[in-house]
Every structure is written in structure tokens, then in C-alpha cells.
Design a protein around this ligand. Structure first.
Ligand code: WTA
Length: 648
């Protein structure tokens, strides 16, 4: 039981179109390999010139100091300001009047802000925060809808040296309160409400509830967005429109140490209280800046849309810091993909002529369920590159994405990374690698990935094991806020000297990486450790299935038996015939070992708010147990309730 058995095989591979490869920033495997070797053998030589492309107020002389492992120092004696890197550096040339953000509100309202306009807004907001007494070293919680002011708020905090802690607008008052308390936030920026599926999410009311009795929060700055009524607590509460527009649009940035805190972002462990992941300024920005342009092959005239909310790390790195540090044009959309109908995303792609589109497997599987008539209604010819992140992508979902969104023309970059890693760690280079459906492909520059067994020895090709990173990288987390012991224990103790990511993976004979899911989710059938992801992908490769989640329940004979929760595509009927067909299908695709003991059909699966399937809850349902532990990240409890009811 020292590793995972990995049984799914995939023989399809898609090289980039020749025209794409020819124009790509990196287009030969030789160059990728040479640079990758250099980045591991001599990180200083590799990273220093890249970092120097950012505007430093005080140039660094040292690159990496790993003597305090596992807390790295990158560019440690340098100083810079993240908002200057994202805004001011673009203002002296043609990017000044280039659109930084095209924004679309759910009700249909639109705004486009140039770099000059965004910079002015950030400076006014930064001045407003200073006027309210927010200063360098403070922490500010942001609880907002997906509006341009949220991007501005991150950068305004950065400008005055206050760290931001963004809490996704779907979290409850209790979750928000816990994060405000843990981070020691003294100010909150929010909005009256935000739009989601035609309804107003009352954000300010949630903030009010979260703050009951918390007297350390001296300011709540409230953006008027949805026009809903809000309660008011003076002098703590202040309207954005009453304070910000009258401020000066010039604001002196703080010169921040490279290792000064840029932000906290909370991520829930599978159990226990959420962890405030610590990211600092210099290394994080270098990682975001470099991976953005390289993995997404960013060009000056791209229109780039990452559908993630800014409340997740994907939104921090690939909606705000990465694209803006590169002077890119980004698209932001406030609402749901099916408001007012399932064609919304594709109309946005057509309207703004989006060239790069980055989303999550959970969204792709949802699009599959809605059917390919929706993307067909819009002109998607502007797209040239697609991306995915957040979960392993089932090969059939990948193929659907390639065919129906990418029109068999666009390379797909499947990017593996984590809140903790700050930027993408394993991903293809779209102009180089022949991508394989379901594989995240190759380690990015500076990433020394390996797959090891229980004892920490590297396993051979196609053997599953634990994914580790063996060398420090610039955008790595610097700790868990207020709990360095948990940082040490959670990530660095299992294999001394290596970062343990908590994911299972294998590397195939070509050197491509396959992420097999969280190690906590592994199945153990008759002594074989199987990846949930592979059984799920086998199910999804059946024509009737669009989404599947597989868990184990205790079994007297086999130790654990596989229970599969399955959602069906349009026009398919649940029933005994399909159950038998699906069991036979898995047996054919993987082997009798992986044959589910039970198939349960469901309307939808319980997911975290960022769209990851919560197998932990399904395990309880499968075993007939009450679920325990933290459910603050559950997207839709009614889903779970429905599953339980189905049982009765
Ligand atoms: C999973 C998101 C497979 C993985 C940036 C990881 C993935 C966790 C992929 C981090 C991918 C993310 N393929 N699995 N391309 N990307 N994951 O912190 O289990 O929200 O450890 O960061 O998501 O999730 P987080």
C-alpha cells in the first residue's frame, strides 16, 4: 500500500497548431528543457533577470535565501510596491489608455477602465483608506461582489502597505467573522449587495452580523452596487461614494520590502479551522507575472478572461496581479453563467472578442450538462487558448472543452497549483507540448516536482504516489498566519525538506504529470489504493454521465467498496439498466477492481464554494453516517439534504 495504482490510460495527444507554436513565447521543447534545467540548477541566474523586469524602488542584490527553511526569502533586500508594478509602470507609454478591465455586471451594465482610470481609482481609494486611519502593516478584509472596485481595493491596500484578506462573497457571517478575527483585520470593504442569478446577495448585512461585538474594526467602507437597503452604524460605516471620489488621484506608494506581507487568503483544510495562507510581495509578484505570460502565452493584444472570483487564489494571481503586472486587458463578469440563460458566457466571449479563456472543470462539466447548443449560438472565433484549474479534469470533459469551446483549434493548459503555491506549478507550455486530455503535463520553471512513496523515495513511471516539490519557488507561501507550527506540520513534516502538497499523482513514461486528487480521498479496495479521479473519469467517459463523484464505504469483504454518485446528461434515464451498464463500463475501462458496488443517481453534487466536489460528505452519505466537521465551504446544503432524502 505504499503507492496508488493508476490504471486509466490515455492515448490521445494534441500538439499545438503550427501557427500557434510559431508565434508562441516559447516554442521548442529543447528551450523548455534548457530553461527548466537552469531554473533548478541555478535559480538565481534564472529568476534575477525576470524579477528585474518589475519596477523596484530599491533593487535587490540577493535572490534566494533558504537558510530559514521552510520560510524562504526571495529578493529579500529589495523594495517595491505591487500597485506600482500593476499600474504606474504602464502609465508612461501606450498602455496608459489601454483597457485594463472590461467589466460586465449581471444585470447587463458595463464599464471599461483604462490603466490610467484604474490607477486613478486605486489612488483615490488608497487615500480614502489612509484618511480613515488604515496604515502600513494593517490588515483589511474585502467582502465584495465581482466589480472593478474589488480589483481596485486589492491594489489600494497594496499601495499603502496594508495587507488584504479577501473573503469570497458567498461565505456566511460566521465564516467571515472567523477570518476577520484570525487575521486581526481593522477595516472592511464591502458593498450593499451583489447580483447572483437575478437576486441580490445582501453583503453589508452579512458584514454587520459578522462584526457584532468586534470593536477592533473601526471602518466599514460600503460600495453602492445593488441599491438594496442597508443598516447603518456610524461612525464605523462610510459610503464609498461619499468618501472616495473626492480624494486626490495621486497617492504616494509605500516602498515595501519584498518579504513584507502582501495578503492573507484563507483556505479550508479538509478539517479544522481555515488556514490564513501568507503571501509576501516580491516573490509572489514575480511568480504571478512570469507564469501569466509564459503559461498563457500572453501577447499585447490579448483579451483575457479568467472566470474565477477574486475571492480565490486564482482570482488574485490570474485576474489581478498576473495580468495587470503584464499590462493585459482582462474581462470581469459579476454573475452566474446561466443568468439570464445558459449562453451568457459565450456572448461575453463574442462581445469582447476574448482570446484566452480560463475556467474550472466544475464549470466545464456544467456546460456539458447544458449541452453544446449554447456555445454554438455565439461566435467563439476569437479564442486562441483555453485553460483549466481547480480539480483534475476528466478526459471527456477536456475533450468536450476542446471541441465545443476551443473548436479543435485552441491548446488547453491544465494548470495544477494551490492557494499555497501562489502561482501555477505544473502546466503545459501551449506552444510546446502536445497536450494529453486529463494531464497537467510538465513542471513549470523553478518547480522541482517529484512523486514519492510513503517513505519519500521517488517512484517509477506510471506508479502513483504523493506529489512533492523539492525546491523553494518565488511565489510559495511563507507560512500560515499565526500558526507556524501548523505550517511546518502540514506541509514540511511528512517528508523533511520537501513541500508535501496533499495530492496524489503519477508521471507517465513521457514525463507528463497526472494529478490523481487529494490523498485524503483515495479508495482502498482489497488492498489496492485507487484514485477517485480515475474511477470518476471512467464514469464520465460513458455517454450518459456528465459528472461523477466516487467514494468508499466500509465493506466486510473488500475493506472498502466503491459508491459512485452520478449526474446524467440531458435525455438519459436513471435506472437498473443504466446502473448495470455503468458498472460494466468501469470494469472495461479500468478493471473489475474498480467496479462500483453501488451507483446512485443525483441531480447535483455537494461542492465547495470554489466548485470542488466534497467527497468527505459523500462518504458519510454512502456509509449512512451523519456528517461532521466544517461545512462552511459547502456550496449547496440542499444538495446534501436531497441525497439523504433519497436514501430514506
Ligand atoms: C486541486 C486552486 C488537478 C488540487 C489553484 C490542489 C487540481 C487543490 C488542479 C488546490 C489541476 C488544482 N488538476 N487538481 N489542474 N488545480 N487542483 O487552493 O487538489 O483552491 O491541491 O487552488 O485543487 O486548490 P486551491
Amino acid at each position: 500500500m505504499s503507492d496508488f495504482e493508476s490504471r486509466l490510460s490515455e492515448s490521445r495527444a494534441f500538439p499545438p497548431p503550427e501557427s500557434f507554436a510559431r508565434a508562441a513565447r516559447i516554442s521548442s521543447d529543447g528551450e523548455y528543457q534548457r530553461l527548466h534545467r537552469l531554473s533548478l540548477a541555478d535559480p538565481e541566474t534564472y529568476w534575477a533577470p525576470i524579477a528585474r523586469e518589475l519596477p523596484w524602488s530599491k533593487p535587490f542584490t540577493e535572490v534566494l535565501d533558504w537558510s530559514g527553511a521552510p520560510v524562504a526569502r526571495w529578493f529579500g533586500d529589495g523594495e517595491l510596491n505591487a500597485s506600482v508594478a500593476c499600474l504606474d509602470q504602464h502609465l508612461d507609454g501606450p498602455r496608459r489608455d489601454k483597457v485594463a478591465i472590461h467589466w460586465q455586471g449581471e444585470p447587463g451594465d458595463r464599464r471599461s477602465l483604462t490603466y490610467a482610470e484604474l490607477s486613478a481609482e486605486v489612488n483615490r481609494l488608497a487615500n480614502a483608506l489612509r484618511a480613515r486611519g488604515v496604515k502600513r502593516g494593517d490588515r483589511v478584509a474585502l467582502y465584495m461582489p465581482l466589480v472593478p472596485e474589488l480589483a481596485a481595493a486589492l491594489l489600494a491596500c497594496a499601495r499603502i502597505g496594508a495587507a488584504h484578506s479577501v473573503v469570497f462573497g458567498g461565505f456566511s457571517a460566521a465564516s467571515l467573522r472567523e477570518r476577520i478575527l484570525d487575521g486581526g483585520c481593522t477595516a472592511v470593504i464591502t458593498a450593499d449587495g451583489g447580483w447572483r442569478k437575478g437576486q441580490v446577495l445582501p453583503l453589508k448585512a452579512v458584514v454587520d452580523e459578522a462584526l457584532v461585538g468586534l470593536h477592533d474594526v473601526h471602518t466599514v467602507l460600503v460600495l453602492r452596487r445593488a441599491g438594496n437597503e442597508v443598516a447603518w452604524s456610524a461612525p464605523r460605516d462610510v459610503w464609498y461614494h461619499e468618501l472616495v471620489p473626492s480624494q486626490s488621484d495621486a497617492c504616494e506608494p509605500e516602498s515595501m520590502g519584498a518579504e513584507d506581507l502582501l495578503f492573507l487568503l484563507y483556505t479550508s483544510g479538509s478539517t479544522g479551522k481555515p488556514k490564513g495562507i501568507v503571501h509576501t510581495t516580491g516573490g509572489y509578484l514575480v511568480g504571478a507575472f512570469h507564469s501569466m505570460r509564459t503559461i498563457f502565452d500572453l501577447k499585447e493584444d490579448d483579451v483575457y478572461w479568467c472566470t474565477a472570483d477574486i475571492g480565490w487564489i486564482t482570482g488574485h494571481t490570474y485576474v489581478v496581479y498576473g495580468p495587470l503586472a503584464n499590462g493585459a486587458t482582462v474581462v470581469l463578469y459579476e454573475g452566474a453563467p446561466n443568468a439570464p440563460d445558459e449562453g451568457r458566457f459565450w456572448r461575453i466571449v463574442e462581445d469582447y472578442k476574448v482570446t484566452i479563456f480560463y475556467t474550472a472543470p466544475t464549470a466545464i462539466r456544467t456546460f456539458m450538462r447544458w449541452g453544446d447548443t449554447w456555445p454554438k449560438k455565439s461566435d467563439l472565433a476569437s479564442l486562441r487558448l483555453l485553460g483549466t484549474v481547480g480539480e483534475p479534469i476528466n478526459p471527456e470533459a477536456w475533450m468536450w472543452y476542446r471541441e465545443h469551446i476551443g473548436q479543435n483549434r485552441c491548446p488547453i493548459v491544465d494548470t495544477w497549483w494551490q492557494t499555497e503555491t501562489g502561482s501555477a506549478m505544473i502546466a503545459p507550455l501551449p506552444g510546446v507540448h502536445a497536450t494529453v486530455p486529463g494531464s497537467a503535463m510538465r513542471p513549470f520553471f523553478g518547480v522541482d516536482a517529484a512523486i514519492v512513496d510513503e517513505r519519500g523515495s521517488e517512484v517509477g513511471p506510471n506508479q502513483g504516489g504523493f506529489l512533492v516539490l523539492r525546491k523553494p519557488w518565488p511565489s510559495m507561501l511563507r507560512g500560515i498566519w499565526g500558526d507556524m507550527q501548523r505550517f511546518q506540520a502540514g506541509y514540511w513534516s511528512r517528508y523533511p525538506g520537501m513541500y508535501f502538497a496533499g495530492d496524489g499523482a503519477r508521471r507517465d513514461e513521457h514525463g507528463n504529470y497526472w494529478i490523481l486528487g487529494r490523498v485524503d480521498d483515495v479508495l482502498n479496495v482489497s488492498g489496492h489504493r485507487l484514485s477517485t479521479m480515475e474511477v470518476e473519469s471512467a464514469l464520465v467517459s460513458h455517454a450518459a454521465v456528465v459528472e461523477a463523484a466516487v467514494v468508499a464505504r466500509p465493506d466486510d469483504v473488500t475493506g472498502e467498496a466503491i459508491v459512485a454518485f452520478v449526474t446524467l446528461g440531458p435525455g438519459h434515464e436513471a435506472g437498473d439498466t443504466l446502473t448495470a451498464a455503468l458498472k460494466a463500463h468501469v470494469t472495461r475501462e479500468i478493471g473489475a477492481l474498480a467496479r462500483p458496488a453501488e451507483i446512485r443517481f443525483t441531480q447535483s453534487l455537494p461542492k465547495t464554494r470554489s466548485g470542488k466536489i466534497m467527497r468527505r460528505l459523500l462518504r458519510d452519505v454512502a456509509a449512512g453516517r451523519e456528517s461532521t466537521g466544517d461545512t462552511s465551504t459547502l456550496e449547496d446544503l440542499s444538495v446534501l439534504a436531497r441525497l439523504r432524502k433519497d436514501e430514506e
